[in-house]
Design a binder for this molecule. Structure first.
Ligand SMILES: C[S@@+](CC[C@H](N)C(=O)[O-])C[C@H]1O[C@@H](n2cnc3c(N)ncnc32)[C@H](O)[C@@H]1O
Length: 384
């Protein structure tokens, strides 16, 4: 490693960029020993010379990374999730670096697992991971969702492939009191926004205790927030730009016997502007947009977009109304989000009280020295 690379590794950063690698020997997907300029051992890493992130440090120990190593990591991930007493049949079992396995995500949907792989070294060792999952959980099937664009940066092919057993296109799972159909092959992410699980439940608690009445769920996807809110609100309107997402939301409402949700296909920006211009009011508004800032370069545009939707949402609230507003852009930091919300409140002419700042669900843990593992922000605001 270069001096800078060694310093990064010592500071707990698991990703080492190409420019920080002084010298390397090995093939794509190898596990390599990482040493500093003086030959001092820093750890073992997944090596990929094709990737900008050339080394992903998997362990700081001098241990063998074999089948038992993966089994052990999965066992630890399982006991952590067991300790959380998750009241849901769909949750994240393993969250990449935050569970000590860089480049691997494993989501559980009842009897099935869906994997996302973003590292050549993991792809080469998938048979060990599949064997460990079979041993620990005896699942009906394991699916690889290898269709994320980030795989290209690792030189990995795009594919969706059954790795074990049989996997249906979709399964019905539960999240607290709500049931929903997760589309394992064709849905966004691995089939659901599992990182929002605790926020779905929290939002419903606010709707029930502080707002009740009429709720607007913007960027609803298959109804993650809307279904929970509809159990305690008079009416909910779910808004999304995607027809298939709204069709899924409609089917999920039926699955739960909920008849108080309206589904509107629209651009969130247009709908929020129209409704606020028309003077419509809601007791709660939920905003869960896609990542507006996928890279740092997107930030100026993203800030304008976040400000616009939040400003409109604040204007839509009845006195005492609740705004649940999320951002899943890592680059749009908590500080930037706070500042943007402040500007939105000023322009909306509303006093905004902060009820709570929330993050991603606990089965998507954060590592202090890896800021990228803290990406989801969810502010619960009240306009008195
Ligand atoms: C982060 S997901 C929402 C997840 C959902 N709230 C949940 O908890 O399951 C973002 C959603 O925004 C939708 N979307 C993206 N751009 C949009 C736009 N301009 N207007 C309305 N919906 C949009 C996408 O189709 C996607 O379903």
């Amino acid at each position: 490693m270069t001096k800078r690379g060694a310093a990064r590794a010592r500071s707990g950063r698991p990703w080492i960029y190409r420019s920080d690698v002084a010298e390397a020997a090995g093939d794509t997907g190898d596990v390599v020993r990482v040493v500093d300029g003086g030959g001092r051992f820093l750890g073992q890493a997944f090596y990929n010379p094709k990737s900008e992130i050339t080394l992903r440090i998997a362990t700081r120990e001098d241990e063998e990374i074999n089948e038992a190593w993966f089994q052990n990591r999965l066992e630890k991930a399982r006991s952590y999730r067991e300790s959380l007493n998750i009241d849901a049949s769909a949750y994240r079992l393993l969250h990449s670096e935050a569970d000590g396995v860089p480049g691997l995500v494993a989501d559980r949907y009842g009897d099935y697992f869906v994997l996302q792989v973003g590292s050549a070294a993991i792809e080469r060792r998938l048979h060990w991971i599949v064997a460990a999952l079979e041993d620990l959980f005896a699942p009906m099937g394991i699916l690889l969702r290898g269709d994320a664009s980030s795989r290209g940066r690792e030189g990995l092919a795009t594919k969706v492939e059954v790795l074990s057993g049989e996997v249906p296109d979709s399964v019905v799972v539960h999240e607290g009191p709500v049931r929903y159909r997760a589309r394992l092959r064709g849905g966004q992410k691995t089939g659901g926004f599992l990182d929002q699980r605790e926020n779905h439940l929290a939002a419903a608690r606010y709707v029930e205790r502080y707002a009740g009445g009429h709720v607007l769920d913007v960027f609803s996807y298959a109804g993650g927030f809307a279904l929970h809110a509809a159990r305690v609100a008079k009416t909910v309107e779910a808004v999304d730009a995607s027809g298939p997402a709204l069709q899924a939301a409609r089917e999920n409402a039926e699955l739960n016997g909920l008849s108080n949700i309206a589904f509107t296909r629209a651009s969130a920006f247009d709908l929020l502007r129209e409704r606020s211009d028309a003077g419509t009011r809601y007791d709660a508004v939920i905003l869960d947009p896609p990542a507006f800032a996928k890279t740092k370069r997107d930030l100026p545009k993203a800030r304008r977009a976040y400000k616009e939707i939040n400003l409109r949402a604040m204007k839509l609230l009845t006195p005492g109304g609740i705004l649940v507003t999320c951002s899943c852009s890592y680059h749009f930091s908590r500080e930037l989000m706070e500042e943007t919300l402040r500007f939105a409140a000023v322009d909306a002419g509303r006093t905004v009280r902060v009820r709570e700042w929330r993050g991603q669900a606990q089965d998507h843990p954060e590592i202090l020295t890896v800021p990228e593992t803290r990406y989801l922000k969810c502010a619960v605001l009240e306009c008195p």
